[in-house]
Design a protein around this ligand. Structure first.
Ligand SMILES: [Zn+2]
Length: 467
């Protein structure tokens, strides 16, 4: 196969992952399935672990965060951790706890804005619903995923005739303008549903009374349960349009949630691929991916990168050695914090610093910010440059303009908490936080190759540092 064919094949596999991952729960489930197929065993946080060298494991939290690791054949407590960190969540509209809104003859669904989305891009899209539902089954409570692939919801734009300055100032009120339409009350009534909002009914506390009856019916059909079995839910809206390879030369990826499913997916592939040959037998470290939920809202949750989950996992894996095995492991470890980066935008090129304009196809972006919105340092960048040289993956540097606020990610949060050497990187993309984003096919392949090279080569690069 030519390089272009390889790149396209890699990108297409990623696109199917994105289309099957409309929520963080689905993303974790997809990754779990890939890991199990590659011989990883599931551990439970609540159990005692009996982790062996040269074996592979994973553990999940809240079903929306996953840490997977391959223990080197030469690993002993006190040895380092080679970690790629990324996140599983993306900005989206989420169904409110009590979401029945009936207005102007429409049955609507109350939604919350999760994260910093470009909300006007959610208008006039054919929206579906996906997430998880907690279901009572006899004396058991089950965690069930749901993915309604039909376009059942729409947030319509106001027409230009009723708002003549629409193109000049299309400002979105996040409470009153983004509420999607599910049905008309006319059709709903013909269908046998009483669409009047009975607030007293809502107070009954029954979960099924908090959602539009039509939605309850749909969820129950999908899950094959009755309304009284529904206990609670986390439901996300998503675009029904499938991801696509785009551009006249098939060089772009047009897809939702590239930030940050691209790195969640490619780090998992990089970890699995790094274990495909015998290199794990000689490995002194533990190779790990840590994919967290809630990055888009600041990471401060039990399953977020700001929690102690990462530290607890590392401590358990360092147990059994000297009393300070965990502390000894930290300086030998390295966190590659992978989150998407901003490619130069031709129509807004003045927004980029003139010497730092990451381009599509030209490599993975190293994010640097002396004010520590990114965790990269001269030392951690050097390690990355060595890893990328050994993996033959090009890098580009990014720094934000001094007059522009800088984004941030899990890198600074985790490196500060753990005291772990960290670099912040990402693949260049456009339209970040839009409902439909854009990157290049090459970067999916480059990210996979970089992470694989990191897992295989990091211990050797670390040992070459003569200071
Ligand atoms: Zn991100």
């Amino acid at each position: 196969m030519s390089t272009k064919e390889v790149v396209l094949a890699v990108a297409r596999r990623f696109l199917s992952f994105v289309d099957e991952s409309p929520s963080p729960y689905h993303a974790v489930d997809q990754i779990k399935k890939k890991l199990v197929a590659a011989g990883f065993q599931e551990l439970r946080e609540a159990n005692t672990w009996n982790v062996k060298p040269n074996a592979k494991y994973f553990v999940t939290k809240n079903q929306s965060t996953i840490i997977a690791f391959a223990v080197g054949g030469q690993f002993k407590p006190g040895n380092g951790f080679s970690i790629v960190g990324a996140h599983t969540d993306s900005p989206c509209l989420k169904v409110k706890p009590m979401s029945i809104v009936n207005k102007s003859g429409y049955n609507m669904v109350g939604v919350e804005c999760y994260g910093g989305g470009i909300w006007h891009t959610w208008f006039d899209r054919d929206l579906k619903l996906a997430g998880r539902v907690l279901v009572r089954n006899g004396d058991k409570i089950e965690h069930r995923l749901v993915h309604v692939r039909k376009p059942i919801l729409k947030v319509p734009n106001i027409c230009i005739h009723l708002q003549r300055d629409h193109n000049e100032k299309h400002s979105v009120n996040k409470e009153s303008h983004v509420c999607p339409i599910l049905a008309t009350s006319v059709q709903s009534a013909l269908n046998g549903n009483n669409s009047s909002t009975d607030k007293d009914e809502n107070k009954s506390g029954q979960t099924s009374s908090k959602l539009q009856p039509l939605l309850v019916q749909l969820l129950c059909d999908e899950l094959q349960v009755s309304p009284d079995q529904l206990l609670d839910f986390d439901l996300h809206l998503a675009d029904t349009q499938p991801s696509a390879i785009g551009g006249i030369l098939d060089e772009f990826v047009f897809a939702p949630r590239l930030d940050n499913l691209l790195n969640a997916y490619t780090s998992a592939v990089g970890l699995i691929d790094s274990c495909a040959d015998s290199s794990l037998e000689k490995e002194p470290n533990i190779r790990m991916i840590s994919l967290f939920d809630n990055e888009e809202v600041g990471s401060q949750s039990a399953q977020g990168a700001g929690s102690s989950f990462q530290e607890f996992v590392l401590r358990r894996l360092s147990a059994g050695g000297s009393q300070t095995a965990f502390e000894e492991a930290i300086p030998k470890s390295y966190l590659l914090s992978a989150d998407q980066a901003h490619a130069i935008h031709p129509n807004y090129s003045e927004k980029h610093e003139s010497n730092h304009q990451p381009a599509l196809h030209k490599g993975i972006v190293v994010k640097i910010n002396s004010n520590q919105r990114y965790a990269s340092t001269g030392i951690t960048n050097t390690i990355l440059r060595e890893v990328s040289r050994l993996g033959d993956v090009p890098l580009q540097d990014f720094v934000v303009r001094n007059d522009t606020p800088c984004g941030s990610t899990i890198g600074p949060i985790m490196s500060a908490k753990l005291g772990m050497p960290t670099v912040d990187i990402g693949a260049p993309q456009l339209s970040m936080h839009s409902i439909r984003e854009m990157c290049c096919t090459t970067s999916v392949w480059q990210a996979e190759s970089l992470y694989k090279s990191f897992f295989i080569n990091y211990p050797q690069v670390y040992n070459s540092m003569n200071f």
